[in-house]
Write a protein that binds this ligand. Sequence first.
Ligand code: HEC
Ligand code: HEC
Length: 319
Amino acid sequence: MHWGCNTNSISTNKLQLSYPAHFPKPISSPPRNETTSAGVALGKRLFFDPKLSAKGQISCTSCHQPNLTFSDAQKFSFGHSGKALKRNTPPLFNLAWSETFFWDGGVKNLESLSFAALTNSDEMGSDLTLLSGQLNRDKNYRKAFNKAFGIDSVSSAYVSRALAQYMRTLISANAKYDSVQLALAQFSEVEMQGKIVFEQNCASCHSPPLFTDNKFHHNGIAQFYSAENLSLTTGRFRITRDSVDLGKYKTPSLRNLKYTAPYMHDGRFANLDEVLNHYQNLNASNQIQDSLVDNIKFSDSEKIALEAFLNSLNGGPIK
Ligand code: HEC
Ligand code: HEC
């Protein structure tokens, strides 16, 4: 089964994302950057091209690796500067259903998101003016930008727009869970049992079918932070400056966990077992501020079933 869109023929025809019947409607791309096959093909080429980084060594795929559903296996990734980043690299899929990006929702706009990765000295370290000049001198790129956007001269805004078009086509919906929803397969008994444990304990935040509510929560990870410390460890508070948001992070999807370890915004848990132990042993010392977490309770045998259900959310690498 393959969900996604056909990127074989390059034209400026508008592209409709194809997605399964049990998904909600994706958020529309903004009118200034409607998805076209030429735009997606260009975005894909840019996404894989290390020439976009200052020293020509780092591409988006250095950290967002296609065979790992666009995450990497690192706790923290390394980029241009050789310094470890401060947050775990998230996978990239089903972004067309997301209104905010980054662990704290600090970016609202996929069309401009890439400027941060391109210019951050710990990621790709590029200068946008130099980068546009370089792309303008490349005949093939100039042609591709012309085809996608009808422009004669490349500017960085279009680099970011093309990347956004490509990233919206990264759809993950080919797990066993999806086949069951489409009545093409059936859960095993243990998966069925796990589904019930999941619905009772996890689904309020990790809501199907995307397995995220795209909101911000405190999931019981102990944190030390103060209102004066606006560093990256304060979570959503860094954006809203509202103390109820201290330590809250955006709920990550639970699709493709097979590929996305280590887990959490700081990659603190190496495997699923460590995650489930965390949820099984929540207590007041975890500084829980989110009442939803208070209700989490499951036995050891339910834990095994839960893990079986979570495994049914693994799709294959995204094409
Ligand atoms: C050196 C590693 C690295 C490189 C290179 C990199 N990223 Fe990322 N990316 C990250 C990390 C880490 C985050 C999480 C940042 C945060 O939440 O504060 C992230 C977040 C994202 C997100 C948000 C995902 C979400 O669900 O919120 C998108 C989209 C993204 N990157 C796209 C790109 C694109 C496009 C490129 C290339 C232009 C790129 N990244 C290059 C490490 C990297
Ligand atoms: C109150 C909302 C909430 C509930 C309930 C909840 N989670 Fe989470 N979950 C989160 C948030 C928020 C994060 C990210 C926290 C962070 O990175 O600091 C997260 C992270 C995770 C991760 C790591 C994913 C990744 O890519 O890093 C897994 C796995 C996970 N949860 C599984 C579960 C399971 C299984 C349950 C039920 C037993 C559950 N969660 C219940 C909100 C919740």
